[in-house]
Design a protein around this ligand. Structure first.
Ligand code: GTP
Length: 602
């Protein structure tokens, strides 16, 4: 196949700036999908994507435009899915940087642009939604010119809704995006796996960008990293459904049906080569993503642990950033401690379990991964990563605890800067810089506010607070910058004198009282009254920082007394009091599962 006639590109943008809608117009205009078959946002194939109107999984498609073959990879725009974007970028030569002309440059516009620049991609700046009356074409152009240092006339303008400007954009893709080049011709096959999915009938299908050589069905193939050897049952491309082709050549994007049943043997980022003519070196893989947010995931139905294990395994194939290890809880049973990139990632995971695997789960309050250095060298090494409060060693063994910090970019109209700075301070942030994007009158300028914050705080409603502090106008993007010292301790929850291990949490020392009060109040509502008084306490080390009591059920022991025998009445009440005291000393409170759920559940 002639590589001169191939163009590989993706669309990057802030969430909701219209990537999927633009991709639909391209599918229509190129005749890839007829208008009749085109439901809105065709590339968002998961039900969940259709419902929420967001792209979660990248979706590749092959189109014909004039005498060219175009491969487009649609990418997600949300911050939690940045790793999906970086994988798409490694498989293409160019990127359309799409900006909603009614919104202007936003936080993820900038973040995604940096990712594309890192991959050396040709950038085509494009304004979208120019059909809307609120579109401010000139001002958004200013912002893009400022951001990219490009000429004004390099910026194209389209409407993904009406299709205006889309043909010119496809022409620009052909003209500006470089054709693919073989990295090492004659070396034999090298193809980069940028995604993979599990098919119940055909096993693992890997999505690849062929860099060198060719692959066809029947070829014996080897995976560099895992060493798995397979025979390609089928190769093909996307329209956007899978369709078989005879061969995939250099520069092409397509899929290989591997027949593998073990999903761990076909890793995203691995290189596929020929088993007979093994290439010398693997292609550079992807930046490995490390989950920083952890939560316990338990089946609601306790006999579904095995199904849950299987379902997580299948989702992992499709979701390189998801990790899971078994975890046991006295209240919730056997489940998994799972690692995520952020809260949206967690939500999507939970919903996919329900929709794609019909498993309902209880998800515990998420926490970050702490790094703990012990006072003395132990056989587990000097520092360890703690993913749950239960994993925290006894304070006497802890030399220091560190927590992940993020670099937070906030893009906002200037008038909200004050309120947003206050919010960042409240969330333990450290101020870095303020920059202005493009022109605009003073007070009206779009502002890039940079802060550094502990990730643990970002997890607690930060996004919602940011939106309400800016009337919805501010957008944010963050990336992990490393670990820093954290003044955190384990907060124990004690019910009727017994510490409840699975209710413990890790808190900032100076917030312990506030968090403790909230937890004991929730427990007070969730635990039924007993014959005796139940004390619920939150303790930091040995010190009680919050406490509630649930009054005992009171049986009217004097009910049978007629008349006014005061002495007898007193006697009976005294007896009851003693009995209760004895019960309090020995009584066990059986915490109902709802009590755990009230505290643990998000
Ligand atoms: P994510 O995949 O979630 O990042 O979103 P996206 O960038 O793919 O955006 P999507 O295509 O889902 O569009 C977001 C919203 O904007 C939808 O309601 C679209 O109908 C609307 N929209 C997209 N393009 C245009 C346009 O050119 N004009 C108008 N008026 N609306 C548009």
């Amino acid at each position: 196949m002639d590589m001169h006639a191939i163009r590989n590109f993706c669309i990057i943008a802030h969430i909701d700036h219209g990537k999927s809608t633009l991709a639909d117009r391209m599918l229509e205009l190129t005749g890839t999908v007829s208008s009749r078959d085109l439901k809105a946002q065709t590339l968002d194939q998961m039900d969940l994507e259709q419902e929420r109107g967001i792209t979660i999984k990248l979706a590749p498609v092959r189109m014909r435009w004039k005498e060219y073959t175009l491969h487009l990879i649609d990418t997600p725009g949300h911050v939690d899915f940045t790793y999906e974007v970086s994988r798409s970028l490694a498989a293409v030569e160019g990127a359309i940087l799409l900006v909603d002309a009614t919104q202007g440059v936003q936080a993820q516009t900038i973040a995604n642009l940096y990712l594309a620049i890192e991959q050396d991609l040709t950038i085509i700046p494009v304004l979208n939604k120019i059909d809307l009356p609120a579109a401010d074409v000139e001002r958004t152009k200013d912002e893009l010119v400022e951001l990219l240092g490009c000429d004004r006339d390099e910026v194209l303008a389209v409407s993904g809704k009406t299709g205006e400007g889309v043909a010119a954009l496809l022409d620009a893709v052909v003209e500006r995006v470089p054709e693919p080049k073989e990295a090492a011709s004659g070396e034999g096959l090298r193809a980069l796996i940028f995604d993979s999915i599990y098919d119940d009938y055909r096993g693992v299908n890997v999505y690849v960008r062929v860099v060198d050589g060719t692959v066809q069905s029947g070829d014996k193939l080897t995976f560099f990293a895992t060493g798995a050897t397979i025979e390609a049952a089928e190769v093909g491309s996307f329209n956007p459904k899978l369709y078989a082709t005879d061969i995939l050549g250099p520069g092409q994007i397509g899929y290989i049906v591997t027949g593998l049943k073990d999903i761990r043997r076909a890793r995203v980022g691995d290189t596929v080569t020929s088993a007979k003519h093994h290439a010398g070196a693997a292609l550079a893989g992807y930046k490995e993503v490390r989950p920083m947010v952890y939560a316990g995931v338990f089946p609601k139905n306790s006999n579904e642990t095995e199904s849950l294990r299987e379902a997580i395994g299948k989702l992992q194939l499709n979701d390189a950033a998801l990790i899971a290890e078994p975890e046991q809880s006295q209240a919730l049973g056997v489940g998994f401690r799972c690692g995520f990139l952020g809260l949206l990632h967690l939500d999507v995971f939970r919903e996919r379990l329900i929709r794609e695997h019909a498993i309902d789960v209880v998800v515990t309050v998420p926490s970050v991964a702490y790094q703990v250095s012990r006072t003395s060298q132990t056989d587990r090494g000097d520092t360890e990563i703690i993913r749950s409060p239960q994993g925290l060693p006894d304070p006497s063994y802890i030399m220091r605890i560190e927590e992940p910090w993020v670099k937070m970019d906030i893009v906002t109209p200037e008038q909200y800067v004050g309120g947003l700075m206050q919010l960042c301070q409240e969330y333990r942030g450290t101020y870095r810089t303020t920059e202005y994007l493009g022109g605009g009158a003073e007070g009206q300028r779009r502002t890039l506010l940079r802060y550094e914050l502990p990730l643990a705080k970002v997890l607690v409603d930060f996004y919602d607070r940011l939106k309400s502090a800016s009337a919805g106008y501010a957008s944010m993007n963050y990336e992990i910058i490393g670990y820093r010292d954290a003044a955190v301790r384990k907060l124990d929850i004690i019910v009727a004198g017994e510490p409840e291990e699975s209710l413990a949490t890790i808190v900032y020392e100076d917030e312990a009282q506030q968090v403790g009060r909230r937890i004991v109040a929730r427990l007070k509502d969730a635990i039924p009254r007993h014959q005796f008084e139940v004390r619920i306490q939150a303790a930091l080390g040995g010190k009680i920082v919050a406490s509630e009591r649930i009054a005992p059920l009171r049986k009217d022991v004097t009910a049978k007394l007629y008349g006014g025998d005061v002495t007898r009445k007193k006697e009976l009440l005294e007896k009851q009091k003693k009995g209760k005291k004895a019960m309090r000393a020995t009584g066990r409170v059986d915490l109902p599962p709802e009590a755990y759920v009230a505290v643990l559940k998000r």
